[in-house]
Design a protein around this ligand. Structure first.
Ligand code: NAD
Length: 483
């Protein structure tokens, strides 16, 4: 695709096997230039109801559940193959709408294919158990899909987060309705074009675009859905959970984070610097599991501040289409929010070492890679998710203090530890209140490893074999053998 094709294309909703236009359109801009690049059809309540009715019809036919599970596995492999065929388009469009480096957008679209390959391998291995009850009974369990899984996706990695939930849900036999993010819906539409080409039962997968407060709200409050999988901010997640509780709709919640890496005195500092490069600045810091706090032992504090800041100053910030290491943040609104947090951090007494404001010489929404030192654990900048390229460095003396600081926010998504001692590394995970712990490399792991949050970071797990558990429920069958 090229820019003209992106501009001229009708970006639509996919409902029950049909692409539906809308009279209401949402403009999509390129954050690297601030220019509108496309308009997407916003789904109204009518399309929401059509999508739910189509998904319900699919559930009722048993198209996904009465077949031999290997048929679903083959469907998933076809989807993966079609996604791989569209990697160039998906990456280009993803880069345009989010500003991220083309290489990262490509990796993300390929990752979407990987999710379908990985869960294809599980589609025919979702098994129940037989429970011994003596001679008089036969008892067994069935692990059934929920029915209609509604999945709300955020803008930071839209195609890969979409696939992260959609693939295991489909492997387990659920019909799925995805709500794409309003700021970056285009690459997900390419993903659905690939899914359509692969051939799926009518109503098995549906895509609705539109605003959260209208399309999203109508979808999650629809009376005929069976599950909600929400990935996004704490605020939206909590409001969805409250509404879901009224109807007893089960939820998987993948929410925000304020993750800390503890740097012990014996840490390998090259590993620390490389982890900050990716952990703090990848995707311009717009990552739920970003390394946003570095908790550093006093004996190496000054040298860590200096090395990390020196690396941040070398990062090439610019348009993701032309080889930048770090692109813009997603919108002007987001950029303003990040700048304000930095201003308040300075007022609160944190020491700005580098960055702290937007890049003045560029048209788009570019934030400087930013490092604050001498941050107190209770400052706003150390407590609230920023979702931008900003690192807070905090000093500690005693190990207990480091764990208290790492655990001392309302979140619990990720924690990290940097040490060369095996005993220090292995003692840390039980003491960290987080869904995953990285040791000596931020973002270590992959689609094969379970991912999710504790506390306000959410509940339920995505990724890995464990994610299947989020998409099935157990039914027990007890048979009396008495004659
Ligand atoms: P957001 O909560 O503003 O929006 C997320 C999605 O919810 C969007 O599709 C939006 O349209 C929709 N939405 C908004 N209001 C809604 C409503 N009332 N009803 C239904 N849907 C609604 O979040 P965001 O700004 O898009 O994403 C950033 C947040 O997502 C950050 O907090 C980040 O940490 C979190 N996130 C978490 C994970 C994870 O796996 N834990 C992954 C990525 C992002």
């Amino acid at each position: 695709m090229n820019l003209l094709e992106v501009r001229n294309k009708s970006w639509m909703n996919f409902v029950s096997g049909e692409w539906l236009p809308s009279t209401e359109l949402i403009d999509i801009e390129n954050p690297a230039t601030g220019q509108v690049i496309a308009s997407v059809a916003a789904a109204s309540e009518v399309e929401v109801s059509r999508a739910v009715a189509g998904a319900r019809a699919c559930v009722a036919t048993g198209a996904l559940t009465r077949c031999r599970p290997a048929v679903r596995a083959e469907m998933m492999m076809r989807i993966a193959s079609e996604i791989r065929d569209r990697v160039a388009d998906g990456a280009y469009v993803g880069c345009l709408e989010s500003g991220k480096p083309l290489k990262a957008a490509r990796a993300e679209f390929e990752e979407a294919a990987r999710y379908f390959e990985y869960y294809a391998g599980m589609a025919d291995k979702i098994e129940g158990t037989a429970i011994p009850l003596g001679d008089a009974y036969l008892d067994y369990t069935i692990r059934e899909p929920y029915g209609i899984s509604v999945q709300v996706v955020p803008w930071n990695f839209a195609p890969s987060i979409c696939a992260r939930s959609l693939a295991p849900a489909l492997a387990a036999g659920n019909a799925v309705i995805v709500k794409s993010p309003e700021l970056t819906p285009l690459a997900t539409i390419i993903l659905f074009e690939a899914i359509e080409r692969a051939g799926v039962p009518k109503g098995a997968v549906n895509l609705l675009c539109g605003l959260g407060k209208t399309t999203g709200a109508a979808l999650v409050s629809h009376p005929d859905i069976d599950q909600i999988v929400f990935t996004g901010s704490v605020q939206t997640g909590v409001s969805i959970m409250k509404a879901a509780a009224e109807r007893s709709v089960p939820c998987v919640m993948e929410l925000g984070g304020k993750s800390a890496g503890i740097v012990f005195a014996d840490a390998n500092l090259d590993q620390v610097v490389e982890s900050v490069r990716s952990g703090t600045f990848y995707n311009a810091g717009q990552v739920c599991s970003a390394l946003s706090r570095l908790v550093v032992h006093a004996s190496i504090y000054d040298v860590v501040v200096e090395q990390v800041s020196a690396m941040a100053r070398t990062l090439k910030v610019g348009d993701g289409l032309v080889g930048a290491e770090m692109g813009p943040v997603v919108s002007e609104h987001q950029l303003r929010k990040i700048e304000s947090v930095c201003d308040r951090a300075k007022t609160a007494g944190a020491r700005l070492v580098t960055g702290g404001q937007r890049l003045q010489d560029k048209a788009g929404w570019f934030m400087q890679p930013t490092v604050f030192a001498d941050v107190a654990p209770n400052m706003e900048i150390a407590q609230e998710e920023i979702f931008g390229p900003v690192l807070s460095i905090i000093k500690f003396d005693k190990d207990d203090e480091a764990f208290d600081i790492a655990n001392g926010t309302r979140f619990g998504l990720v924690s990290g530890v940097f040490t060369q001692r095996l005993d220090t590394a292995l003692k840390a995970p039980p003491r960290l209140n987080a869904g995953q712990v990285f040791i000596n490399e931020w973002f270590a792991g992959g689609i094969e490893t379970p991912f999710g949050g504790n506390r306000m970071s959410g509940h339920g797990r995505e990724k890995g074999q464990e994610a299947i558990e989020s998409y099935v429920r157990t039914k027990n069958v007890a048979i009396s053998l008495a004659v």
